[in-house]
Design a protein around this ligand. Structure first.
Ligand code: ADP
Ligand code: MG
Length: 365
């Protein structure tokens, strides 16, 4: 069953100059019950605005939003169910815990607003605190707790009303990297226990990939691609998605006499077959740094030199040139090449894109 449905949802913000900002452009989206669904995109692309419309904090310039089978926002009908009646839990980047309330009262707050009985409040808060590892801290004030514990208070407060849908807007951004990774697991565990549907907003691709059943990549108010993390990583529809999902090299190439040359590099072709699907006579080869082979004693590949060598904990990064364009290659710590070594490089799984086109068609070769 679809738990969250957006139909032709657009949000425009007026500006002084008259041209409105289109923060969200004609979103169509179906999120299934129990799914962890991430919105991934750079700052300013419209993630928070979309979430705020689902939550009921923003009206819609156009379109409709459904939660379950209930319509909760409609621009045409001018219908807006208020946030507190949407059955949502929410956690935002800023922890938003109340400093003057202890842990118990922070978590109990939404239930007090709903005028629940004392027993109901005690039971629900205890359950929420147990599931967020905050038992025993009921009487402590947030200022005496760590960032991770404060974020757990926000999570406990979001689950205490037993919501069907959880909206998380960059909830881990203020935490240190180790804690962030740990909290990913905690959120996934909570999801499995309570089976709510999650929209998880982030600009961090590894967080989105680790958390999501499915995710969408956004750019400037537009949905660019929706898929599972694996399918997105392996089949990005364009350069933007390719570049956003991981380390990437883009080599501009040109077709001459049936051979592929790096733009700016005369003479040596790159030994790859030209993709007929590619329109025009220029294109881009995209590759991940760990999907390029370095051959030292074979003629296979494009002949070049090691220009730079950088030691990393995860391996070694080499820089080589194709014509005037630099390509980064990641290898293990074995087979250490020196600066100046002659090598041949081979693309293992390159993708093709049209040059300078956001919505380019792609042909994997
Ligand atoms: P994200 O969460 O992806 O960083 P936002 O949804 O916050 O992006 O913002 C999307 C765009 O909408 C940005 O250009 C932002 O400046 C604009 N925007 C967001 N909220 C408002 C607002 N209340 N008034 C005017 N413009 C806004
Ligand atoms: Mg935001």
């Amino acid at each position: 069953m679809d738990q969250i449905v957006l139909k032709n949802v657009t949000k425009k913000f007026p500006t002084k100059s008259g041209e409105p900002i289109i923060a969200v452009n004609n979103f169509n989206l179906n999120i299934k019950e129990g799914e962890i669904f991430s919105f991934l995109g750079p700052s300013g692309c419209g993630k928070t605005t979309t979430l705020r419309m689902v939550a009921g904090f923003e009206d819609l310039s156009e379109g409709e939003i459904y939660l379950g089978d209930k319509i909760v926002s409609s621009s045409k009908k001018n219908l807006y169910v208020p946030p507190e009646d949407r059955g949502l839990g929410m956690v935002f980047q800023a922890f938003a815990v109340w400093p003057h309330l202890n842990v118990f009262e922070n978590v109990a707050f939404p239930l007090r607003v709903q005028k629940k009985s004392k027993t109901e409040i005690n039971d629900a808060v205890n359950k929420a605190l147990t599931h967020t590892n905050l038992k025993g801290l009921e009487n402590v004030y947030p200022s005496d707790l760590s960032g991770g514990q404060q974020q757990r208070i926000a999570l406990a407060r979001a689950i205490v009303t037993n919501p069907k849908v959880m909206l998380l807007d960059e909830p881990l951004s203020n935490l240190d990297p180790k804690l962030r990774e740990h909290m990913r697991f905690e959120i996934k565990e909570l999801q499995q226990k309570f089976n709510f549907t999650i929209i998880f907003v982030t600009h961090d691709q590894s967080e989105a990939m680790a958390m999501s059943d499915r995710m969408l990549v956004m750019d400037m108010g537009n949905i660019v691609q929706i898929d599972t993390p694996a399918n997105l990583y392996n089949n990005p529809v364009n350069k933007f998605v390719y570049g956003f999902l991981g380390q990437s090299n883009f080599v501009d190439v040109v077709l001459e006499d049936g051979k592929i040359y790096p733009v700016g590099g005369k003479g040596q072709p790159i030994p790859l077959a030209w993709s007929d699907e590619l329109k025009g006579k220029t294109g881009v080869i995209a590759s991940r740094p760990n999907e390029i082979l370095i051959n030292s004693n074979s003629e296979k590949g494009y002949a070049t030199k090691i220009e730079k060598r950088i030691y990393l904990t995860s391996g070694i990064e080499y820089h080589v040139k194709l014509g005037e364009q630099t390509v980064r290659i990641r290898t293990s710590h074995e087979n250490i090449y020196k600066i100046g070594d002659n090598v041949n490089i081979e693309f293992i799984r390159p993708s093709w894109y049209e040059m300078d086109s956001q919505d380019a068609e792609k042909e994997r070769i």
